[in-house]
Design a protein around this ligand. Structure first.
Ligand code: PLP
Length: 417
């Protein structure tokens, strides 16, 4: 039996934060957004991280399946990435003129990503999804953008919904929404708005929250690509979350098509702060013509980290490794569920798996199971996909499955058949 964690120091820190920071911890890393339900089961602050582990303020160790919500792909504090970053930090980081390591990083990305003829760097995923939309509008001289329901492309007003605080009608009045994998709806939208659609923006597969994740149906991407080409619409792939976990050449390459613009962030530099918009040659001049930059966007340390990260991902064939680990974990977790008569649905790519205890539309059973896992040292969250990192060992997977089994047993005792 595993020790049951509690979190007095996390709670005390959160009480302090509430007085000083709006909502204490904002966004999905805070307790307000639904990933951490019931909130008592979760720590709220970490004290350190290494490899596949995270420690909270109370000294509890977790096998971390959120990976900082994606950036941790090689393992926290990967020695090769940290060493490259430290070497660059000793030379220069944020300076008046950029360091040419920026060109080396662009060169490596163009060499690595199949649809990339150039690379533009920023800091967050939202910076580059926004640049992609502005680029599409500038190039096409059109206003409308097609989204797939369940999307997440960041926090700029154009990504939000009309009923969200601070959003005005004009921010979202040119947004059009269709269902994932629904080509009929997409064709209808193109027919209704002929000559008006600047861009289709999509994640490479549907990894939305609060829903089983859904891979593209056979032929889906080929047809989306064709529609965009025929209609002169820019096809934007938002690879901020899935990037490098499916295919180092880009998730569009993985699914057999070519994006016009592709957005990267999270796994690009193993936690160092950089994002990139890559794209095809015909859009390069448009991006050049735009007014778009930021105080830290040319900092050199994250470029050094990014180069080391991509080179290492290539060396270890990272996507294959993550896929294998993800499959092993999926098998262990579904077996553990079955032993106690539960049906655990594991959807999406094995390296970015989404979990749901089925046959309970209230989702409470699922939340209870996740809570019992977290309190024993496996950091899952509710209603969001999870992430595998390359440092996750077979022993970590074995321990995870053992804890999952114990958590299912607790659930079964509480909810007898
Ligand atoms: C698919 C996707 N797009 C865009 C973003 C926004 O990235 P950021 O939070 O770095 O601005 C995220 C972040 O989770 C994401 O998952």
């Amino acid at each position: 039996m595993h020790k049951i964690y509690d979190y007095p120091k996390s709670r005390a820190a959160f009480e302090r934060a509430l007085k000083l920071i709006p909502s204490g911890i904002y966004g999905h890393q805070g307790p307000a957004e639904g990933c951490y339900v019931p909130v008592e089961a979760f720590p709220l602050y970490s004290s350190k991280a290494q490899g596949s582990y995270l420690w909270d303020l109370d000294g509890n160790r977790f096998i971390d399946y959120m990976c900082a919500y994606g950036p941790n792909i090689l393992g926290y504090h990967d020695p090769d990435v940290d060493e490259a970053a430290a070497r660059q930090r000793a030379i220069s980081d944020c300076t008046t003129l950029p360091n040419p390591i920026m060109i080396d990083f662009a060169d490596l990305l163009v060499d690595t990503v199949a649809s990339a003829d150039w690379a533009f760097f920023a800091k967050n995923g939202n910076d580059v999804t926004t640049l992609a939309i502005m680029t599409a509008r500038a190039y096409t001289h059109r206003k409308k953008i097609v989204f797939f329901k369940g999307y997440y492309h960041g926090v700029s007003p154009w990504t939000q919904k009309i009923d969200y605080a601070g959003v005005i009608e004009e921010d979202v009045m040119h947004n059009l929404y269709v269902e994932w994998n629904n080509l009929e709806q997409l064709r209808e939208v193109f027919d209704t708005h002929k000559g008006e659609i600047a861009a289709v923006i999509a994640q490479p597969y549907m990894h939305g929250n609060f829903m089983d994740n859904e891979l593209p149906a056979e032929g889906f991407w080929k047809e989306v690509r064709k529609l965009c080409t025929d209609e002169g619409t820019v096809l934007v792939v938002d690879d901020v979350r899935a990037g490098f976990r499916l295919d180092l050449a880009g998730s569009d390459h993985f699914f057999g098509f070519k994006a016009d613009l592709i957005c990267f962030c999270k796994a690009l530099a193993n936690g160092y702060n950089v994002s990139a918009l890559c794209g095809q040659e015909f859009l390069k001049n448009t991006v050049s013509s735009m007014s778009y930059t930021g105080s830290y966007w040319m900092s050199a340390v994250p470029f050094a980290a990014g180069i080391a990260c991509i080179e290492k991902m290539k060396r270890i064939d990272c996507p294959r490794l993550l896929d294998e680990k993800g499959r092993l974990l999926r098998e262990g977790l579904t077996d553990a569920a079955r032993e106690q008569g539960f049906d655990l649905h594991v959807t999406g790519a094995p390296s970015l798996f989404y979990l749901r205890v089925a046959d309970d539309p209230s989702l409470r059973l699922h939340q209870e199971w996740v809570a019992e896992c977290v309190k024993r040292g496996v950091f899952f969250t509710n209603h969001h996909n999870h992430f595998i990192n390359a440092s996750l060992s077979d022993e970590d997977i074995r321990e995870t499955v053992e804890i999952a089994r114990e958590a299912f047993a607790v659930l079964r005792e509480r909810h007898p058949l």
